[in-house]
Design a protein around this ligand. Structure first.
Ligand code: GLP
Length: 234
């Protein structure tokens, strides 16, 4: 893993964005895996400002809450449109369907999307417990798309986006760790001291399913962009 530490979240996001812009200009990105949450917000802001040419790029998002319609303002579909898709034109978008009636069929559909659109670039955040996508502690490193139950820690962390914790969906569809690891390049962003312990474990800790992000230690092209607070325990 290559680790880059900047003073602030804005600076770290800018550096990551520049890697993305450079890789696009070289024609290296045909399919990109995208993340949600507060972490990539500045990255997406830089994309909206710079208007890179993404017309030939397909996006495949990491995850979606079970039970939320695409137009629900806390769905990841809505988030992506608000923060990126309505401003920067891509060829095609894929997200899991939170309203799918048949979970098994939905996971199979998404795995087929991933097979047909091999990831060149995967943008990641990280949960305070080390989750990536919605792959919570215990998730298999070989995993494909799954319907997963969110941990109490994740529900609490994500409650800030909802009126109350009772409104946070308790399940999600998530791309599996095995699928994430197939991406040619992985770019992980983490900011703030609440991510410092997870970042230390991801980089320095033993590889264990209990910290899903430690799976990234086995990948040979991972770039990690941190602010000083997230890097404070390294
Ligand atoms: C969410 C998302 C992850 C995200 C993480 C951190 O649950 N499923 O993709 O990386 O939690 O969220 P945030 O960036 O808001 O801290």
């Amino acid at each position: 893993m290559k680790i880059f530490v900047s003073k602030t979240k804005a600076e770290a996001s800018k550096e990551a964005y520049e890697v993305f812009a450079n890789d696009i200009s070289k024609g290296d990105i045909k399919t990109i895996g995208l993340a949600t949450g507060s972490t990539p917000l500045d990255f997406y802001k830089y994309a909206r400002e710079a208007q890179p040419n993404c017309e030939n790029i397909t996006t495949v998002n990491l995850d979606e809450y079970v039970g939320l319609a695409p137009d629900h303002d806390q769905s990841y579909n809505y988030f992506m449109h608000e923060n990126l898709f309505d401003s920067v034109k891509f060829e095609k978008h894929y997200l899991p369907n939170g309203l799918a009636e048949d979970s098994e069929a939905e996971c199979a559909r998404y795995d087929k999307v991933l097979d047909e659109n091999p990831l060149d670039w995967q943008l990641l955040g990280i949960g305070g417990n080390g989750h990536i996508g919605f792959n919570e502690p215990g998730a298999s490193f070989e995993g494909t798309t799954q319907r997963v139950k969110l941990t109490e820690a994740t529900l609490e962390a994500n409650a800030r986006f909802f009126d109350s914790i009772d409104e946070v969906p308790t399940e999600a569809y998530s791309m599996g760790i095995g699928s994430i690891l197939k991406s040619k390049k992985i770019v992980l962003l983490a900011f703030g001291e609440e991510k410092a312990a997870a970042i230390k474990a991801m980089i320095e800790g033993p590889v264990t399913n209990e910290v899903p992000a430690t799976a990234l230690q086995s990948h040979d092209n991972v770039m990690v962009f941190l602010d000083e607070a997230a890097a404070s325990l390294l």
